[in-house]
Ligand binder design. Structure first.
Ligand code: C5P
Length: 222
């Protein structure tokens, strides 16, 4: 039986990216990191020296940017206008500016259309794709075969992020909470679980534990 779409949503620091990539790898599915697309769009905005809160200017820059990304779970490469930006999109400058850029409705419309194109192609070729983000179950793929909403306490999420990025814990907690508040309160596809999503709290789980829960959900889906 073909896998179809697995939608993984939730705030940052839940271990979403790592588990999504591993899950795709172990299922032989494609992997789509939609956050990387919003980050790449944000990098293009910063490079153009456009104010991330100027919706019209942001829309124009993002329309012109050629954002590319690999859907191979073993080879994560994101490009902007042909150049590899995989490391740069994880930097502090992009992380600070990404929420206002991704709140622009025209940016979301453009990237959601591109995400749907990538999903269709993956379903046609390998039959399955794990898609991770904030609005996959609600907007990008409302018909997904399985929707999981990952949560964890803000403290646990900040701890994981600061370990991952080797940054100060209290600053990371503040940054995680600021981004969550922004992402949850925007008008266009805010961060929230789909009605038919299964919620999984990862506060007390390690990566292997989350992975085991997800694999069980995949095999139990109808
Ligand atoms: O997942 P990641 O932390 O890389 O996402 C970066 C940002 O991109 C999020 O804070 C959010 O503002 C935006 N995003 C979004 N919709 C998605 C994925 C990410 O708005 N589907």
């Amino acid at each position: 039986e073909l896998l179809g779409v697995v939608a993984l949503d939730g705030p940052s620091g839940t271990g979403k990216s790592t588990v999504a990539r591993r899950l795709a790898g172990s299922l032989g599915a494609a992997y789509l990191d939609t956050g990387a697309m919003y980050r790449a769009a944000t990098l293009a905005v910063l490079r153009a020296q456009v104010d991330p809160t100027d919706a019209a200017a942001v829309t124009e820059v993002v329309q012109r940017a050629r954002i590319g990304l690999s859907t191979d779970p073993g080879a994560q490469a994101t490009t902007v206008d042909g150049a590899d930006v995989s490391a740069e999109i994880r930097g502090q400058e992009v992380t600070t500016a990404v929420s206002p850029v991704s709140a622009v409705p025209q940016v979301r419309a453009q990237l959601v259309a591109e995400q749907r194109r990538i999903i269709t192609e993956a379903l046609d070729t390998v039959g399955g794709i794990v898609v991770e983000g904030r609005d996959i179950g609600t907007t990008v793929a409302p018909d997904a075969a399985l929707k999981v909403y990952l949560t964890a306490s803000a403290e646990a999420r900040a701890q994981r992020r600061s370990r991952q990025d080797s940054t100060d814990l209290s600053a990371t907690l503040a940054s995680v909470q600021r981004r969550d508040a922004y992402d949850s309160s925007r008008a266009t596809s805010p961060l929230r679980p789909a009605e038919d999503a299964v919620e999984l709290d990862t506060t007390e789980l390690d990566l292997a534990g989350v992975q085991a829960e997800l694999l069980a959900m995949v095999s139990e889906r109808d």
